[in-house]
Each structure stands twice: as C-alpha cells, then as structure tokens.
Design a protein around this ligand. Structure first.
Ligand SMILES: [Mg+2]
Length: 336
C-alpha cells in the first residue's frame, strides 16, 4: 500500500459512509434506505424469504493468493452479493433488498472500501437482480476483513421450492455450471503464476472470485413446477446428498452429463495434474441450481437434465452415478 494512501483510520464513520452511499443501488421496495437507525422495506407478497451469509478473510478468501492474484474489494463485494442472491434464487424467489455488515482493520485503504461498494452494486446489476438494493448496513473494526450480508426477497406469489419435495420418477436438472469455481480456487492456490494463465483459465479465477449464479432460473423453475431445489455451494455430491436426504430418495447422476461439465475444465486440470471430475463432483461456489421436475415437464431453458430421481427401495438415501455408489466409482470422499 502506498504510504500516503487514505485508510479507514483517517475517516470518521460518517465520512466513510458518505463515500459509500452514492455507490449503492436503490430500488423500489426500499421505502427508507441508509441514514436512519433501520431501513424500511415493502413486502408486496405478504411473505419474506430471507437468508444470511458471511465471508471472512483467510477462511473464505485470501487478500493475496499463492499464484500472485490479489483479491479486490470489488471481488469481495460481488461474491457477497452472489452468494446471498443465490440462496433466494434456490427457493424460487427474487431478492429485493440487502443489509451489509463490513468489519475491517483500520489500515484498510478507503479505496478498497469504495471498491467493495462498487462490487456490491455491480454484482446486483451484473447478475440480473435489478430492483434489489442495499437498504442499510454496519461498519466495524476487526483484525481481518469480514463481510456479512443478509438478504430479503419475495416469492412472487408462489410456494417456496424446498429441498424435500423430490419424488421418484422426477427429472434431476441443473442450471449454471459445476466445478469452475473449484478449478479457479486450485489455480489461485497453485504456483502457476497469474501471467502464465490463458484467458480461459483467467475466467476460471473469475468464477471463484466473482461467481455468476443463474438468478433467473430459480423463479422460472418454481413457475414450471419444480418439486425440489437448492443451490450447489458445497459441491454436487454433498449438496445432492442433502437434497436426497431431505426428500427421502436416491439421485442418480448421468455420467455423460457430468463428463460434459468436466470437459471445459480439462486444460486447467492438465496444467495442475488434477482430475476435472473431482471439481465437477466436489467443487462448490459456482452456485448452480440443482432441481427436480416432475416427469413430462418441459424444463425451463436454463436447465439441463443431469440425472433422475429414484426410489430408495430399502437402501439409503443419497447420490449414485449411473446406479453405482460414489464409493464404487471412486469418489466416496465427496459423499457426506
Ligand atoms: Mg444455499
């Protein structure tokens, strides 16, 4: 950091907020935005769908990665928004407003905080959540950077899509991608320098630092009659296992669909000597949507079939690959 760089310690809280507020998006559902003790938001649907998520420096991201990449405030702002909007999406809802808590060391540059606010706004716009806004927040001091975002949204008059509704015979489908963020994380942690990466490999870093969950897909799935849904934030095997458990079913994955996801990751996997299928099955943070649809339903455009839902038949709930257990296929370390 340059010696004359303005830091958070140089400004009062009011001074810092005055630099943040103009950078934040505001939407129609926020009746009273930042500046008072609390925000007031409208709830047109009569119900609120809400969620919260935290990112902590050195737990969820590093400011400086092994390969030389430096995480920007913009990255952290974008990712905070993406993770939270994705959870509302996974219920079939649409996010309407966020509150943001940012804790940071006093030597944090003010430009980093401004960049963070820009990342929040860009994430909302770039992910297609126009109308969602930052209704308020909190600034605090701490030993490292920590961001907590809470989000509220609307269900657009529909029932929420739960994890527990999948039934034998349903089609299992995915919107978005699998394994890209995990491949990006492996590149960040590798000793392959940033400058040596191809544009395609740089895009994998972006998938980790600024994920792009398919936000239009959740409400479309709900409207199409999805029986169960969740976003894949901890990996297909682990999250699929949770959906299978909640629904009391088996999820049978189609290896051909999995291989198609893995294909795009092959150059990065070759560079690192990794198995791309491990990223596809075990990697989270792309925030794709895993959903079950009744047989015969035309899948919304964003979705591709990746398997089917089967009855347990006396065995255990869980995820299979072409009918085989992950154990047999050799991926048991992804099964919870
Ligand atoms: Mg989730």
């Amino acid at each position: 950091m340059p010696e004359n760089e303005l830091t958070v310690a140089d400004l009062s809280e009011g001074g810092l907020l005055a630099r943040i507020f103009p950078r934040l998006a505001s939407g129609a559902d926020v009746l009273l935005g930042p500046g008072d003790d609390a925000a007031v938001v409208a709830v047109p649907d009569g119900r609120v769908v809400m969620s919260i998520d935290t990112q902590t420096q050195d737990q969820d991201f590093r400011l400086q990665w092994n390969n030389g990449y430096r995480t920007t405030g913009y990255d952290v702002g974008w990712k905070s928004v993406a993770q939270n909007l994705s959870d509302i999406n996974a219920m079939g809802g649409t996010a309407s407003s966020l509150v943001v808590s940012l804790t940071m060391p006093p030597q944090t540059p003010v430009s980093w905080v401004e960049d963070f606010a820009d990342g929040l706004t860009a994430g909302i716009a770039g992910l297609g959540a126009a109308g969602c806004s930052v209704a308020g927040g909190d600034l605090g001091r701490g030993r490292e950077i920590a961001v907590t975002v809470a989000v509220v949204g609307t269900l657009n008059g529909l029932a929420p899509v739960l994890r527990s509704g999948a039934r034998a015979g349903d089609i299992l489908a995915l919107a978005g991608t699998l394994g890209r963020a995990a491949a990006g994380l492996a590149l960040l942690e590798s000793s392959v320098p940033l400058e040596a990466l191809t544009p395609e490999q740089r895009e994998l870093l972006d998938s980790q630092c600024r994920p792009t969950p398919p936000l239009a897909a959740g409400p479309l799935a709900a409207a199409a009659g999805a029986t169960a849904m969740m976003d894949v934030s901890d990996g297909l095997m682990r999250d699929g296992g949770r959906l299978a458990q909640a629904s009391g079913v088996l999820l049978d994955l189609d290896p051909v669909a999995l291989k198609m996801q893995a294909q795009a990751l092959e150059p990065a996997a070759a560079l690192l000597g990794a198995d791309p299928m491990q990223w596809v099955l075990g990697g989270g943070e792309d925030h794709g949507l895993l959903a079950a649809f009744p047989p015969g339903v035309q899948l919304p455009e964003a979705f591709t079939a990746i398997g089917s839902v089967r009855a347990v038949d006396g065995g255990e709930c869980g995820v299979r690959i072409a009918g085989e257990s992950a154990d047999t296929v050799g991926w048991d370390h992804f099964a919870d």
